[in-house]
Structure formats: C-alpha cells, structure tokens
Design a protein around this ligand. Structure first.
Ligand code: HEC
Length: 480
C-alpha cells in the first residue's frame, strides 16, 4: 500500500508533490543503467585561425555555429523573427547576433555554467555558446561579416529537434475560450485519456492554443476521475490557485517550453480510469478579446513497467519563516516583498525533505519566476552525502526570462544523476529587478496603469512574483 506525502508548497496549493512513500526507505536503489542516453549536443568545430588577422567567415565558421544553435528557430516559418539559414539573410543581422549572444538574450537556453554554479553534469540539447564562439561571432561582425569560400564550406550540424513526434494520443481542451478585459483567468479542463489499466507516461508536449493569452499550462492526473463532474456541461471550471490538491503534476508549459521527456528508466504513473486536468492560466492582452480555440497535450506511453516512477515536484513560493530566509529590507520577520525600485533584490528559500519520502533521483531541473525575476539558482545541501557532494549547485539561470522557460535535463547516465534524500535541504535563490531598467516591469506597469514601480509580493497573477524550483524526480517503482 502506498501512502502519499504531499510536500506542501505554500501559496500554490495545487502545486504539491505527491511522493508515494512505500517501505523501501533506506535501501538505496539499484538504478539498472540499461538505457543509454543519447546526447543532442552538437559539437561545433569552429576551426578559426585565432590569433591571426584572418577574420572568421560565414561558410567556414559561422554557418556551422548558427545551424547548430540558432536556425532551429531562425528559419522560414519558425518562431524566430528572421531567418539565419543562409549568408544573404544572416549577414545584415551580424552585429545584432553578436550583441544578443553577449547579453545572454540569445539563444534562449538559460542553464549555463557560472562562477557561482558548476553543475555536476551538463544539460541535454545544450545550445548555449562558449566564450570562444561568442568572440568568433563578434569578430565576424566587426570584420563586416565576410562570406568566405562557398566551395569549401564546412559541414553543418543538425540542430536538436524539440518536437515530440511519435505521440500516442492528443487530448484537446473541449471548447474554445474567449479572454477579454484585463483580469487573469485560471480555467481547468478535464479530458479523458481512456485508460482501462495503469499506464506509464514517457513524454508529454503541451501545445498552447493561442500564445498571446496562454500564460502557462499545468497538466495533472486526476486519479478518481472526479474532474469530469466538476467540469460539468461546460467542460471546464474556474480554478484560481488550482483547487486540485493531491493529484500529480505530469507536465508544465510556459513560453519557451519544450516537451517533458523522462529518462529511459522512469515514467509517470497514470492509474486506470484517471482523467487528465489541464490548468490553463490566461493573461489577457489588454487590447481586446482573444480566442484560445483549444490547447492540447500530446502523450507518449512507456512500453511496459519502468524500474522508476517519475514525478514533478514544485518547491518554493514560501511566504514565511522558516523556509523563507530573511532578506534585504525585511525588518524583523522574513517577508517576501520586492521593494519598488530595487534593482537587485534577493529572496532565498530553503526546504528540508521530510523523512517520509523515498530517495529520489533528480533528472530534470527548472526555474520559475514572473517578470521581475532575472536570475535564479537552485542548490542542495546533503544531510548524509555518502559518495556525493555535501553541497551542490543544481541549476543557475543567470539570464532568466519569463518568455523562455523550459526544463533542463541532465546529460548523464541514470545512475550518475544527483540524488535527493530525506533530511537534505533544497535551496532556491531568486533575484529581482523591480525598477524601470527592467523592460518587463515597464510593460507590466503600463498594463496596470501605474507610472512608477510598486512593491511586489508573492502571488499568482502575472504582476505578482514567484520563486519556484521545478524538480523532475524518480523513485523506485514498487507498484505491482
Ligand atoms: C528557441 C528558438 C530560438 C533560438 C534557438 C534562437 N533564437 Fe533568436 N530569437 C527567437 C525569437 C522567438 C526571437 C524574437 C523574440 C525575442 O527577441 O525574444 C528571437 C530574436 C533574436 C534576435 C533579435 C534581437 C533580440 O535579441 O531579441 C537576434 C539578433 C537573435 N534572435 C539571434 C539569435 C542567435 C544568434 C541565435 C543562436 C546563437 C538565436 N537567436 C537562437 C528564437 C530563437
């Protein structure tokens, strides 16, 4: 029999980790490294003659870099605003390309190694640029973007493919929704995956119906299927704060999101008869009405019974001590308040894992804040390190952008993943810029009709803030 221990996340009551706690505590699991990870990393050989007067050229140096790290989005009919697939289209953008990689706004891959944080493993599908590559782009731009020799063009790598192609089923919110006015709305849709037996989910991809208004989507299992009644004739209900305690989160989407894909050894467990709840947070554009014709989720089932069960844990958003640590500007008790005009305000939270949870393998990490946040760091301090570091940085996103949020999977064998055990303490450190030098703050204030920054507190609406770590974990599968 399993018991469910909800790791309560204050504020986001819906965001709870239901970690099943069996009687397998203490025994560290044999992770059975059967599946081999393939890495999507592209090994770009730059081949520059550094130190000579020879500037890098498009055909010899830049085209391979851009093909591996930029043109997945910057190609015709993709999300990038212009194409970078050939010399003529890329050349006019040379300086801006160099600027954007230097300021960290491009490519949108926020997980990077920093002085403060070196993660044990790199990340899958990493498209970030090395310092040498950034310099090369700058040198190319400064030399007025020379073309080089097309007849001796360097081979082009294939960019990582971020689409989930072989899904088994697509579920779509049952009816269109019109969003207008200026109030955020949280709607929960109940959909039926038609499962007659317990099934394991390996991959999921959320497809927002209208990115102009879909702010984020959280997908949960609803084990007793009661959401069908709750949604009623209309097919959805209003669910500010979620209102769906106890069910397991299986996928999340925010702008820039990529599919959730578990390691080969683990999958999300979806009991027979479960329904799926899509919790969609709509944020009106403020400029008239917009329609979401239907937001979908594609699901890919795991073949058989995995040795590990995957779960997504959202930890953070603590409003009080002891989890919220005292920060600058707090007098007396710790308070989550980002003062108006603060340019580098920090809030730090800590959460110690209770004894009831089984040992967890950490396969994916992500950071979540809203518009004021610009830098977030996740760490762990282990109570009994064993063979692992006592203190370890798990993720640093120093150029965090709300517009680009995604999960980052460690590029490692399952057995070599970081673990989280009872008594370990997870920390989340969030930095905020609540001043007019943050363009998102300017935009948000404009929407609200304010002229100058206001104090920002913890909350769910877009113009509130959050500080939330998203952890993809896996524990030994004791289900029959
Ligand atoms: C995951 C998709 C994606 C990738 C990969 C990507 N871009 Fe972009 N890029 C965008 C989108 C979307 C925009 C427009 C919105 C924005 O600026 O965020 C953009 C905007 C830009 C701009 C306009 C100015 C700016 O900073 O917003 C430049 C320049 C740029 N990209 C260069 C690059 C370069 C160089 C790379 C590779 C090193 C790259 N991009 C990789 C999606 C991408």
């Amino acid at each position: 029999m399993s018991c469910r221990y909800p790791v309560a996340i204050s504020l986001l009551t819906s965001l709870m980790l239901a970690v099943a706690c069996g009687d397998d505590t203490g025994t560290s699991s044999d992770s059975g490294t059967t599946g081999s990870e393939t890495t999507g990393e592209t090994d770009t050989d730059t081949g520059t003659d550094t130190g000579t007067a020879n500037a890098p050229t498009w055909y010899q140096d830049i085209a391979p870099l851009v093909a591996g790290k930029c043109s997945g989005c910057h190609k015709p009919d993709s999300i990038g605003p212009f194409s970078l697939t050939d010399y003529d289209s890329a050349m006019p953008w040379a300086s801006l390309m160099a600027d954007s990689v230097e300021d960290g706004s491009m490519p949108p891959f926020a997980a990077v190694q920093t002085d403060e944080c070196q993660t044990r493993h790199g990340f899958m599908d990493d498209i970030s640029l090395s310092d040498d590559e950034k310099t090369m782009l700058r040198d190319w731009a400064d030399a007025e973007a020379p073309m080089g020799d097309p007849d001796n063009a360097a081979p082009l790598p294939t960019p990582p493919d971020l689409e989930l192609k072989d899904a088994d089923v697509r579920l779509t919110s049952p009816r269109p929704v019109t969003i207008e006015g200026n109030k955020d709305q949280f709607l929960c849709f109940s959909v039926d995956p038609g499962l007659t037996e317990d099934t394991y989910l390996q991959a999921a991809q959320i497809i927002a119906g209208n990115e102009a208004i879909v702010h984020h989507v959280l997908v949960y299992t609803d084990e007793d299927g009661s959401s069908e009644q709750q949604a009623g004739e209309q097919g959805y209900w209003s669910c500010p704060g979620g209102g769906i305690n106890g069910d397991a989160l299986i996928a999340a989407w925010a702008p820039g999101g990529v599919p959730t894909q578990t390691p080969d050894e683990a999958a999300f467990r979806i009991p027979a008869g479960s329904r799926i709840i899509m919790n969609i947070h709509y944020h009106p554009t403020g400029a008239g009405s917009e329609v979401d014709p239907g937001t979908s989720i594609d699901l890919k089932w795991y073949d058989g019974r995995p040795p590990f069960v995957a779960e997504m844990a959202l930890i953070g958003n603590f409003e009080n001590a002891p989890e919220l640590l005292a920060g600058p500007g707090d007098d007396g008790n710790p308070e989550f308040r980002i003062p108006a005009d603060a340019t580098a305000h920090t809030e730090t939270m800590q959460f110690t894992l209770p004894n009831e949870i089984p040992p967890l393998m950490l396969w994916s990490v992500s950071t979540h804040m809203h518009y004021v946040g610009y830098d977030m760091l996740l760490g762990i301090e282990r109570a009994n390190p064993g063979g692992e570091p006592g203190q370890e940085c798990l993720l640093h996103t120093p150029s965090y952008s709300f517009e680009w949020q995604r999960g980052y999977r460690y590029n490692a064998e399952f057995a070599a993943l970081p673990t989280i055990k009872p008594g370990d303490t997870l920390s989340m450190r969030c930095k905020y810029n609540n001043s007019m030098s943050n363009p998102y703050v300017v935009e948000a204030l404009d929407e609200l009709g304010h002229e100058t920054p206001i104090d920002v507190y913890l909350g769910e609406e877009t113009l509130d803030e959050m500080c939330l770590g998203v952890y993809g974990v896996a524990y030994t599968n004791f289900y029959p």
